[in-house]
Design a protein around this ligand. Structure first.
Ligand SMILES: O=C(O)CCC(=O)C(=O)O
Length: 255
């Protein structure tokens, strides 16, 4: 379907498409020109410095980098999420996906297999920092795969994840390539099957996943892949449940 990119809201047809197919987009949060200075800031202050997660430089940088906080709360993303999930929204995780030339395959998986959420409910936006094409290993998804929870099994040596969706449990066909300009993003559910190939090009591929859930969801913030001291963002509306820890926009970084 042709996405509506004229404002930050979803049409009824787009919501129905998401329910049926488990993804939406691409949409533009900003132009490639507007992404250029943000990309430089990410290179200087995120890719080359440690952040709040001692195990992963690319994770939770909304906690210490204002530019990442601003991407994670961008109205082009949050307003569309509100049309899918309602008026009260938590950004509970952010994670950069850096794939240099030669970077490993990420096998078919459903994100919910890996996450500490109860109940298990999430919608993600994958936002392109670099231009992302088939050549530099864009994310691929299988439309409709979100309607089933699949068993996961040990992944083979050499791929980027320890587990993958059990190949015996689904047919890896009908995939679509989510090619994106810098500043564009697509939306997908916690069960939409996705992967990316080895980056066989000579171009880096950098994007960020922004994970959105509801205040009724208890995020086990001290558990992997999160970490002690983790804070989420109350991105819209209010939280009357009080399960989760939040922080506001970090101060400007001096790095
Ligand atoms: O960027 C990739 O290749 C994988 C992204 C992914 O698995 C995710 O955003 O959940």
């Amino acid at each position: 379907m042709q996405p509506n990119d004229s404002n930050n809201r979803l049409t009824r047809a787009e919501v129905d498409f998401f329910v049926e197919h488990g993804y939406l987009g691409p949409y533009a949060a900003m132009s490639p020109e507007d992404m250029a200075p943000i990309r430089r800031e990410i290179e200087d202050k995120v890719l080359s410095t440690d952040g709040p997660n001692p195990r992963s430089r690319g994770q939770s940088r909304h906690m210490d980098q204002p530019a990442v906080y601003d991407l994670a709360t961008h109205p082009a993303i949050i307003e569309r999420m509100a049309d899918l999930l309602g008026p009260d929204l938590i950004v509970w995780a952010t994670n950069f996906w850096l794939k240099p030339p030669g970077g490993s395959e990420i096998p078919w998986h459903q994100d919910i297999n890996f996450w500490p959420l109860e109940p298990p409910l999430n919608t993600s936006a994958w936002l392109a920092i670099d231009k992302v094409t088939v050549e530099n290993s864009c994310v691929q998804i299988i439309p409709g795969s979100h309607r089933q929870s699949l068993p996961h099994t040990r992944a083979p040596e050499g791929v980027a994840f320890g587990e993958m969706a059990d190949p015996a449990a689904f047919e890896a066909s009908g995939e679509i390539n989510m090619e994106l300009e810098p500043g564009e993003f697509f939306i997908f559910s916690e069960r939409t099957l996705h992967r990316s190939s080895v980056n066989t090009s000579d171009k880096r591929r950098l994007g960020i996943s922004i994970r959105v859930t509801l205040p009724i969801v208890h995020v086990f913030q001290d558990s992997s892949p999160l970490h002690r001291g983790h804070t989420a963002i109350l991105a819209k509306g209010k939280d009357v449940m009080g399960f989760n820890r939040y922080a506001g926009r970090p101060q400007s970084s001096t790095v």
